[in-house]
Ligand binder design. Sequence first.
Ligand code: F6R
Length: 610
Amino acid sequence: MCGIVGYIGKKNAIKVALEGIKRLEYRGYDSSGIVGFHSDLSHPFLKKSVGKIASLEEKLSSIPNASCAIAHTRWATHGEPTVANAHPHHCCNKRIFVVHNGIIENHEFLKGVLSREGHKFISATDTEVLAHLIERGLGLGSLEDTVRDALRHVTGTFGIAVIDSQNPHVLVAARRGSPLLVGVGNDEYFVASDAAAVVNHTKKVIYLNDNEMVVLTPDGFDIFDFSKKKLNKTIDTIDWDIEESKKGGFEHFMQKEIFEAPQVVKNTIGGRIVYKDGEVKLGGLEPVEERLYNVNRFVIVACGTSYYAALVGKYLFEEYARVPVEVEHASEFRYHSLPLDKNTAVIAISQSGETADTLEAIKEAKRKGLLTLGIVNVVGSTIAREVHAGVYNHAGPEIAVASTKAFISQLVVLALMAVYIGRMRLLTSEQAKVILADMLALPDKIVKILKQDAQIKAMAGRYKKFPNFLYLGRKYSWPVALEGALKLKEISYVHAEGYPAGEMKHGPIAVIDKDFPSVVIALRDSVYDKTLSNMQEIKARRGKIIAICENGDKETGNHADDVIFVPKVTEAISPILSVIPLQLFAYHMAIARGADVDKPRNLAKSVTVE
Ligand code: F6R
């Protein structure tokens, strides 16, 4: 959802900022731009381009030396992806340049006021008002004071970086509602939407909170709140490496991330299972342990793939912890009068930790005085810092827009939490040991599934021409069906619908014919017989079936056209295995149909607008 980078230091700032937005391209890729200056340059060096960052790079055949630069990769909210709408935006006399992530909600009003004062607008964006607002205040104080003053007039969300061509030794950045961090290097300083943009230069970062701003110069930085109070903030250390954000020999990030699943499961479990006692240790929840004993209901809020993980979480928590759970689309949570009492806890699940809808749901829960917990992958992200307590996924950076390894790790965390909370209640050590033993065995089982990659690729070749798919599953496999369908549609643009298998006969069965294939998760679990009946209903209508079956199941395949096998495991954690063939199928379908897997159209990884 737009990525911004700013740099001031001894290296060529334009090169550093460009490299930075390349690492943030997953946040948006419909257009990009960069501006830099140096005291020797008579004019700012400004370049913008429509499309992926590669097209901007093509325009940068000769890059002048610059000591200060800001850059932006865009995911359009206001105004089509055009060069005029690409950031950086500037004021009338091209003195002030701004890059922005977020939405200025009162931009129409501000544009009206500024236009009447004589400011000329050249884009259809909300961001351009910021450049003119800052220009309007020039001369009344430092750049920092002018930016602060301009932001007083703004409603909405922003992570911004601002530079002034007449003062090339200062870069000012500020945040409200959109992520922003400061990278602290040796005589060089950065601002960025995400640590991925700076990690190859420095691992030392400071996460800005809402209503905070930073002033960078070649000699250092100062952080203030919006009332001008200087702040002393902790420097955090990024715990992952640049190598983790590279493709590492794979064709695409999505493929790499699917193949990382065995290691991801190990990392998510790492040090958290005390098998001999049938216990789970979750350090992040210890500070709220007392309160957790009294929780009599959970509400889980999340979006997209994380929402589907939450649906699995509901089944897990209800089975193992015996606590009722409701799962809410985070974007809807605030709009209905869900009766909540002080013993309700709200859990947010978010890979990025920046999803605006999920963040707002958590803020609402906090306003109501509820305990809030997070299941978040990105360390130090806004949601991770907003919740009272939580559990990190430890899945490592997820770069592909389509979430795969984060989903796997979310399911693992949810299973760990179900046992952790279950053991505070009625779950015995022996019962816990059964699921924990199976969890420890997951990595090897995933390796066996990944070995079927070539077979799944060949299958995608046979199904690539079908424009519609139905995905079906029951109980724990229902969210897997939903996630499989989402993966297919988001990266290959094939229409797919996920349904609880039992719902098929209440409507969807009408679409089934020989040209409308179904993907059915048909494991030998507690609902196997019923799922098998649904497969027979499809076959009676000449529908093709791809079935996900358990190893050793010789029968179910007789009712399917194609079968992918997954190892047997405790039903509650079966989604961790059964989703993997569906991720691979979506990946190969997208390739077979010539789609850009890592950068699907219209999508961005981190959705920081509501
Ligand atoms: C789908 C996908 C999205 C995200 C959703 C929530 O592959 O990635 O549906 O799951 O935007 O994002 P997070 O988990 O970052 O809150």
